[in-house]
Design a protein around this ligand. Structure first.
Ligand SMILES: [Zn+2]
Length: 652
């Protein structure tokens, strides 16, 4: 019955659009974050990726023009909407509010209830909190829905909370952990030399081992029911065996034993907000790094529980629970690979890799569960592994990297190629099931490059007189743009590629008039940036600077950065300048394990596009993908979509 209804809906809508879809055509899209064309060619030539070799030989392979700037949330939004950032409004991982100069994550906003009443130490919220997606524009699967084309979209980035949809969708990158962050791990230790407190992406928590017992708390979301919204806590204890390297963890009514070097499965945790009345559920994994002589216990970020999601993560709402029933527990946080724990030295290469491999295994398990169910319409599946692991292990395959070290390289230097080979195996599964009525697209959002050296854009702006600090300001305050004298500041950097003019009428204390003054300033800064050379290598640090007014179209074109700084391969915005700080040096070595990157000149880090069919377009772009998907089903693209089908004859 429902099939007939769906089919007639298709006929009606297709008729309206002059469709020639006959109901048996299918489209499979594998979205491989960060798959790089150079590395792909290299591994294919080495015989490591036979299925990609076959697809290249029998179908088409092109480089895929990425977004400006080439950051995943921007790039996937280009793919999702067929528009650039001027249309979908996502310009960077991080945006700023020009009225308050506060920074926020660009993809979504999670808010507690707006009104509440106080009773003693309790604050009773009126109404519930909300999560709001900030990406604008219509997603390609919503248009497919309007035309009755069945579709499933797994873990596509920039879709949290998921937009309303008729098919099965699961949110991906951008989905927070239970604390509302992009992932905050906890590390419990009695090591007195460990610096307690917050580190990037985590928290070091000092504990005492007394008579072999450790008592500690898991940290949950801020409890908005309590005055001052302190974090909700859930106590747990660990009994450490006095002789063996083994410990028993007790949490609520659960008990489990971990040997040193062992990971737990997901452990369910419930944080009480008001005893008996309000609680929120999550899940996390424990890793006993060391039992003796020092106690070292890592606990993953507390993920939203797919069986009882505290915030919406799927459509239909019941889908995340059904998927868990069928495919087992899975990480729901958007970026599940704990790169931050590796950067903080809490996990070492081997430990991080074990966790990262678990995630690919999990994604492959879900793929193997869902792919055989695909019989018509569109099936999109996303893999994160190549991106995160190319970020973390570039230093072990590139002797020119400042963090290259021969001994770890001998151990884990093949990590990136191993992950590429696993993706090749996934492609093998797909190729074996392709029939003549199915189109396959394998694509990435951007490529990859080494990240040897950091450029501290805000330090450069300060040194060149575009930023002025107040007389008593310190340069290395962790507060974004702290100490800036806005009355004498003409431009500032926020995010990985963004440079903003301190514009009168837009910024709270803007001083540069729009029009002639702003134009002259933009031209001057652009020209100077293109002349910056790295004294160490003699190479240009920046190879391209794009003006927002030239690269963006659409209603939001003016709400992002005024200039997009495109770094040369090997260079990227420094860690602290991204958040508006001023490290001492303009250029410095990148000594973080995060050693590969792509937030550069977008022409230097194209993605890949492969298909089993002949791609007509000579220079396809991410913005062509949504029109391609629609054209496959005879649907006319929306007028605000920029590109056109990659299969359209007469394409360049
Ligand atoms: Zn990335």
């Amino acid at each position: 019955m429902s099939l007939i209804l769906a089919f007639s809906a298709v006929l009606i809508s297709c008729g309206r659009n002059g469709s020639n879809w006959h109901g048996d055509h299918k489209l499979i899209i594998l979205g491989i974050d960060g798959m790089d064309p150079q590395l792909l060619r290299q591994f294919v030539s080495a015989g490591k990726m036979p299925n990609f070799a076959k697809l290249m030989e029998q179908g088409s392979f092109r480089e895929l023009t990425t977004s400006v700037p080439p950051q995943s949330p921007v790039a996937w939004s280009n793919l999702i909407t067929g528009m650039n950032a001027g249309g979908h409004g996502i310009f960077d991982f991080i945006h700023r509010d020009p009225k308050t100069m506060e920074l926020y994550f660009s993809a979504s906003r999670v808010e507690g209830p707006k009104h509440s009443i106080g009773v003693g130490s309790w604050v009773i919220p009126l109404g519930s909190g909300t999560a709001e997606q900030l990406r604008q524009g219509t997603a390609f699967w919503q248009i497919l829905d309007q035309h009755g084309i069945p579709n499933s979209v797994f873990r596509i980035p920039s879709n949290f909370p998921p937009v309303s949809a008729k098919g099965r969708t699961l949110s991906g990158m951008g989905t927070p952990d239970l604390r509302g962050t992009y992932g905050t791990f906890s590390f419990y230790t009695d090591d007195p030399t460990a610096a307690a407190g917050a580190v990037e992406g985590g928290e070091i928590i000092p504990v005492q081992v007394e008579n072999g017992q450790v008592s500690a708390n898991l940290i949950g979301p801020n409890n908005t029911f309590r005055k001052g919204s302190p974090p909700a806590l859930e106590p747990f204890t660990v009994s450490v065996d006095p002789l063996e390297a083994v410990a028993r963890v007790s949490l609520a009514n659960q008990k489990f034993v971990l040997r040193e070097g062992e990971w737990s499965d997901f452990v369910r945790v419930e944080f009480q907000l008001i005893p008996w009345f309000a609680s929120v559920k999550g899940m996390c994994r424990f890793y006993l790094k060391q039992a003796h002589p020092r106690f070292q216990l890592y606990v993953s970020p507390v993920n939203i529980d797919p069986a009882n999601p505290a915030l919406p993560i799927s459509t239909p709402k019941s889908y995340s629970r059904d998927l868990e029933d069928e495919a087992g527990e899975f990480y729901t946080q958007g970026i599940a690979e704990d790169t931050k724990a590796l950067s903080a030295g809490v996990l070492d290469d081997r430990e991080y890799l074990e966790q990262a491999r678990t995630i690919l295994t999990e994604h492959r398990r879900i793929f193997d569960q869902e792919f055989p169910k695909f019989h018509d319409g569109v099936f999109f599946f996303y893999f994160s592994s190549l991106d995160l692991n190319s970020h973390m292990f570039w230093r072990l395959m590139d002797a020119k990297h400042p963090e290259y070290d021969a001994s770890p390289a001998a151990q884990n230097g093949s990590a990136i190629s191993d992950f590429y080979q696993q993706i090749d195996q996934v492609l093998g599964e797909v190729l074996s099931r392709l029939d003549s009525s199915t189109t396959l697209l394998v694509l990435s959002d951007h490529g990859f490059a080494p990240y040897y050296r950091s450029f501290n854009l805000n330090t450069w702006l300060l040194d060149n007189g575009y930023i002025k600090l107040k007389p008593d300001a310190t340069r290395d305050s962790p507060e974004p743009l702290a100490g800036v004298n806005w009355a004498q500041t003409r431009a500032y950097g926020i995010g990985l590629n963004g440079l903003y003019v301190n514009l009168r009428g837009r910024e709270r204390n803007g001083i540069v008039s729009s029009g002639k003054d702003a134009e002259a300033l933009i031209a001057e800064i652009k020209q100077k940036l293109l002349q910056v050379k790295d004294p160490k290598s003699g190479l240009p640090v920046i190879t391209r600077v794009d003006r927002a007014s030239e690269v963006y179209q659409g209603p939001h074109a003016g709400s992002g950065p005024d200039l997009l700084v495109g770094y040369n391969r090997g260079y990227r915005a420094g860690w602290k300048t991204i958040l508006g700080s001023f490290p001492a040096d303009e250029i410095e070595d990148n000594t973080n394990p995060w050693s590969g990157d792509h937030c550069m000149d977008y022409t230097l880090v194209p993605g890949v596009l492969l298909s089993n069919r002949r791609i007509s377009s000579g220079s396809p772009a991410l913005t062509d993908i949504a029109p391609t998907i629609l054209a496959e089903f005879g649907i006319t693209k929306r007028p605000d979509m920029m590109g056109k089908s990659i299969f359209e004859s007469g394409s360049q």
